[in-house]
Design a protein around this ligand. Sequence first.
Ligand code: ZN
Ligand code: ZN
Length: 293
Amino acid sequence: MAEKPDSSAACKECGGAGYVVEQVVGSPARARRCACQATCPRCGGSGYFMVTSGPGRVAQACDCRHLDQRIATFNAAAIPAAVARASFENFRPWSQSQSKARAACENFAHQVRSDRASRGVLLHGKPGCGKTHLLAASLRWLALEKGVSCRYVEFMLLLSDIRAGFGSNRGHMEILGPLANVPVLAIDELGKERGTEWERSMLDELISRRYNAGLTTIFATNYPRDPQPVPVPVGGKHHTASKEFQRDAEVLSLEERVGQRIYSRLNEMCDFVQLEGPDYRKDAEPGRGSFWR
Ligand SMILES: [Zn+2]
Ligand SMILES: [Zn+2]
């Protein structure tokens, strides 16, 4: 059997990966076969090549078939355009906690298998510290490197879709169902919703179904794990701060935002990983890996 020609190693466009991810305004991330793989050097595009087996020759499936499947898996993940090209390699941490968060996500992505339950990660930290980038990078790795089916969803947008579905007589399970069953789901902006009874029941249903089925879920939230100190109003007295002072939603903890029951499930399903918010030094570049560099 001829050696597999190594024509992709020198490819400047894909660096040898065989695929290229495109970032198109207003549409989810899409990958395509790189031009260097337009005609597979091994099978000529047929998807099979012949190998000697005993006295005869048999057809064997070519690896490039996996490439197309993985590209299709990635394209079904619905990674938002803003982080379409986000990967572990182009995540540039500027704090130790961000380096640790990347390592935690990489470790997670490397050990996930679609046939058994894996502990997820829950990234928490202030906006702009790279949580969505790391969710997207994890999904990219899972889809393109491992062929594991996965989906990204921003929880608030999911709620809007469910509400819109009611108008066209679509039950909530029509929208929630595929997300409840996908092997790996990334839920972004957890806790940002208003926290009404209905919103909580939707979140509870999604998380409970995934929990019961042993499916892997990763999360990102702007809300801290522990309750934050309540700011004392100017001129206010300390003893009034705890109950009477109207707490700003931003200082609520994740547990207060999602409720005890869901919070307890999150603890069972995930390792919590904190990203320290950017300190906005002049060298910090929020939104790296997105359009907005
Ligand atoms: Zn290429
Ligand atoms: Zn091939």
